[in-house]
Design a binder for this molecule. Structure first.
Ligand code: 6PG
Length: 240
């Protein structure tokens, strides 16, 4: 699959372009009579995209209660913690549009009382219950170290191929305990959209678009089934 770059001037115009493209994609899938399924991520640029989605006038083109929302990874903290990717997405987007709570598939939180391994299994079971999770769009941020979701370079979770969700106990980026989808799950998507802004990510972008192996550049393992787009600002593209 050839990865395509979409370079925008700065984080703001980048986020706006991603939001408009997602609205168009969701609306067109709904027009074809299907309920779209999108996998969200955490991070700064994702937050900005979510706020743009919530404030876009074109957002009215989407029936938000007819969209399935999933997460690529989650920090294993209490449900009310501001560290939670899902809580951020709710504050930035999901609380501002008319979603169907049944279609918002958050990963379990620490206050579920589940041990981390079981929490990951519970999310895998939820995905299986909904057809194994075939996504239309998976959005992923990229860390300066090259991590995507909570799959960190050199980590053992990268080699997991018998489960769709894994426990992470030693994340180098705090908090240490997380749940992440595996490559098997992340690749069950039509489109993969990497969202990256900032000069400090330029090296990681270059490595991720090269021919390094999964352990050196985990993003190389997410190719999806149809479309790979790198949404970048000029700084992340290495142009500055
Ligand atoms: C997390 C995020 C993480 C994020 C990247 C990029 O749980 O920590 O899901 O994978 O997407 O680290 O984050 P920034 O956009 O904030 O750099």
């Amino acid at each position: 699959m050839t990865a395509e770059k979409r370079v925008h001037d700065d984080a703001d115009t980048l986020a706006e372009a991603v939001a408009e493209a997602l609205i168009e994609r969701l609306a067109s899938i709904q027009a074809s009579g299907r309920v779209p399924s999108v996998c969200l991520t955490g991070g700064t640029i994702a937050g900005l995209v979510h706020r743009k989605l919530a404030s876009s006038l074109n957002g009215f083109d989407v029936d938000w209660d007819e969209v399935d929302f999933w997460w690529g990874d989650e920090r294993y903290v209490d449900s009310h913690s501001d560290d939670r990717n899902a809580r951020q997405a709710r504050g930035d987007l999901l609380n501002h549009v008319d979603v169907d709570p049944e279609r918002v598939h958050e990963m379990p939180a620490l206050d579920s009382g589940l041990p981390l391994e079981e929490a990951a299994e519970a999310y895998a079971a939820e995905l299986h219950e909904h057809g194994g999770g075939a996504f239309d769009v998976v959005m992923l941020g990229l860390g300066p170290d090259g991590h995507i979701a909570s799959l960190f370079p050199g980590s053992s979770q990268i080699d997991v191929d018998d489960r769709v969700a894994v426990a992470v106990t030693d994340s180098p980026k705090p908090p240490p305990e997380r749940i992440s989808l595996t490559f098997g799950a992340l690749n069950r998507t039509h489109a993969v959209w990497f969202l990256v802004s900032g000069k400090e990510k330029a090296d990681a972008v270059a490595r991720s678009m090269g021919d390094l192996d999964l352990h050196a550049a985990p993003a190389t393992g997410v190719t999806g089934q149809g479309e790979v787009l790198w949404w970048l600002d000029r700084a992340a593209s290495g142009a500055e």
